[in-house]
Design a protein around this ligand. Structure first.
Ligand code: GDP
Ligand code: MG
Length: 444
C-alpha cells in the first residue's frame, strides 16, 4: 500500500502540470491501493471526496504551490482516517495515573497477540516508573499461564495466575485484588481468546469485566486479518466496549487497511502498535507517524523516542573513555545497548530512505554474529571482563575455555578480543587528550 501511494504521489511530483486531471489520476491510484488493502469501500469514497474538496484549485490564487497543497491534503485526510477521534468526555484519551491503581483488561481473538502485547505494555509502563502487575485470566488454553509467566519473568514483572483454579473470573478478581492491595499502579489482565467470535467468549469477557471493573479495555487486533477486522471489532465493541486498540504484527507484510476500517467502525483509537515478537517491539501509535510511514516519508520522531526510552547505560563507559580506558566489559555494554535498540532493519525503517537500502544487507547474519559475541563475553569471568584483554595473552588456555563455554570457536574469541583492542586504541587517543590537564589561556 505504502509503495503504491508513494509512487502515485511521486508521479504527481514529477509531472510538470498539476491540473485537475493529474490530481484525479493520482487519487484514483491511491483509492485503488486503499481498496486493495482492505479499507472499506464507503470509507474510501469519503476520503476521495474530502481530498477533492480540499484541493479545489479554483479557490486558490495562482501563486499557490499546487503540488504541496495536494500532498498535504492527502496526508491530512489519511491522518484523519486513523485519528483517535477523542470526544469531549476525553474518551479514548486514557492515561494511567501513578497516584492510583489502574486496571487494564485485554480482549481479542486467540493468536491476535494479547499475551505478548500485555507484557510489552507492562514493560513499557514499568520503564516509565509505574509499578506494574500482570494477571493471567486465561484458564481456557492449556499453557496460557506458563506463557505469561515466562514473558513476565523475562521482563521482571510481577504476575498472578493459577494452575488449579479453572474459573477465569475468580483468577482475574483475585489477581487484581492482590495487586491493588499491594498498591500497584497498573494492573493488566490478560484474558483468553477463542478462534471465532463465540458467544461463550463474549459472556466470559463481560463477567471478567464486571469482576475487575477495568479503567480501560484494550482490544488486540492482528494487522494481517484484513476485511475481517471490521466485523470482529464491531462484535467486540458491542460486548466489551473497549476504549482502545493495539494493532499487532505491523512488522509483517500486513495490510494495515483492515485496522483503518476497525478504527472507523468502532470510533476507537489505536493506542499502540506491535512491531515484532520481541518484548521491546511496541510503539505508541500516532496518526502522522503512521501515515508518514505509509507514504514512505520515514519516521524520525519515532526513532528518537525509541532510543530515548531504552535506558541505555553509558555512565561507566563514558567515565572510562574519559580516562582513556576501554575494557572488555565496556565492549559488552555497548553491544548490549545496540541490541536493546532492536533489529537494525526496524531502526532503518524509521530513517527516511534507509528502509530500502537496508533490504540489501544480510540482517540475520549480523544479528547472529552479535549474539555470538555476547555469548563469548557472557562466558568470561568478572576479572576478564574488567580487563583490557591482555590477560588472555598470558593465559591462552582461557581463550579455548571461553570458546568452549560459549559454544563458539577460538577464532571468534580472538576476533572479539581484536575488536576490543581496536576500540581501546581509539579510546586511548580520544580519552588521553581529554585526560591531559587543560592549559589555561590568559587574556591580556
Ligand atoms: P494471544 O493468543 O492473543 O494471547 O496471542 P499471543 O500473544 O500468544 O501471540 C500469538 C503469536 O503472535 C505469537 O507467536 C507471538 O509471538 C506473535 N506476535 C504477537 N505480537 C506480534 C507482533 O507485533 N509481531 C509479530 N511478528 N508477532 C507477534
Ligand atoms: Mg494469550
Amino acid at each position: 500500500l505504502g509503495r503504491r501511494i508513494n509512487s502515485a504521489m511521486s508521479e504527481l511530483t514529477r509531472s510538470n502540470v498539476v491540473d485537475e486531471k493529474a490530481i484525479d489520476n493520482m487519487l484514483k491510484e491511491i483509492c485503488t491501493a486503499l481498496l486493495e488493502s482492505d479499507v472499506n469501500v464507503k470509507l474510501v469514497a469519503t476520503l476521495r471526496n474530502n481530498i477533492k474538496k480540499k484541493i479545489n484549485f479554483k479557490d486558490q490564487g495562482p501563486n499557490v504551490n499546487r503540488r504541496r497543497l495536494a500532498q498535504k491534503a492527502i496526508f491530512d485526510e489519511l491522518c484523519a482516517l486513523v485519528d483517535p477521534h477523542i470526544n469531549e468526555k476525553g474518551e479514548g484519551a486514557f492515561k494511567p495515573r501513578k497516584d492510583r491503581s489502574n486496571v487494564i483488561m485485554f480482549v481479542g481473538l486467540q493468536g491476535a497477540g494479547k499475551t505478548t502485547s500485555c507484557t510489552k505494555l507492562a514493560l513499557w509502563y514499568q520503564r516509565r516508573g509505574f509499578k506494574v502487575g500482570l494477571v493471567c485470566a486465561d484458564t481456557f488454553r492449556a499453557g496460557a499461564f506458563d506463557q505469561l509467566k515466562q514473558n513476565a519473568t523475562k521482563a521482571k514483572i510481577p504476575y498472578y495466575g493459577s494452575y488449579t483454579e479453572t474459573d477465569p473470573v475468580v483468577v482475574a478478581a483475585e489477581g487484581v485484588a492482590r495487586f491493588k492491595q499491594e498498591k500497584f499502579n497498573l494492573i493488566i489482565v490478560d484474558t483468553s481468546g477463542r478462534h471465532r467470535q463465540e458467544s461463550e467468549l463474549f459472556a466470559e469477557m463481560v463477567q471478567i469485566s464486571e469482576a475487575v471493573k477495568p479503567d480501560q479495555t484494550i482490544m488486540v487486533l492482528d494487522a494481517s486479518i484484513g476485511q475481517a477486522a471490521e466485523s470482529q471489532s464491531k462484535a467486540f465493541k458491542e460486548s466489551s466496549n473497549f476504549g482502545a486498540i493495539i494493532l499487532t504484527k505491523m512488522d509483517g507484510h500486513a495490510k494495515g487497511g483492515g485496522a483503518i476500517s476497525a478504527v472507523a467502525a468502532t470510533n476507537t483509537p489505536i493506542v499502540f502498535i506491535g512491531t515484532g515478537e520481541h518484548i521491546h517491539d511496541i510503539e505508541p501509535f500516532t496518526p502522522d507517524q503512521f501515515v508518514s510511514k505509509l507514504l514512505g516519508m520515514g519516521d524520525m520522531r519515532g526513532l528518537v523516542d525509541h532510543v530515548k526510552h531504552l535506558n541505555l547505560d553509558q555512565k561507566e563507559t563514558m567515565k572510562h573513555i574519559e580516562q582513556g580506558i576501554f575494557t572488555v566489559r565496556d565492549l559488552r555494554d555497548q553491544m548490549s545497548n545496540i541490541m536493546k535498540m532492536g533489529p537494525l532493519s526496524k531502526m532503518a525503517g524509521m530513517i527516511p530512505g534507509m528502509g530500502q537500502l537496508m533490504g540489501q544487507i544480510g540482517e540475520e547474519e549480523s544479528d547472529n554474529r552479535f549474539k555470538r559475541m555476547m555469548y563469548i563475553m557472557d562466558s568470561m569471568t568478572e576479572k576478564e571482563l574488567d580487563s583490557d584483554g591482555k590477560i588472555f595473552v598470558s593465559e591462552p588456555t582461557r581463550v579455548t575455555r571461553v570458546a568452549k563455554g560459549s559454544g563458539t570457536s577460538v577464532i571468534e574469541v580472538e576476533q572479539l578480543l581484536s575488536q576490543q583492542r581496536t576500540m581501546a586504541r581509539m579510546v586511548k587517543q580520544v580519552g588521553g587528550k581529554k585526560a591531559r590537564p587543560k592549559i589555561k589561556r590568559l587574556r591580556a
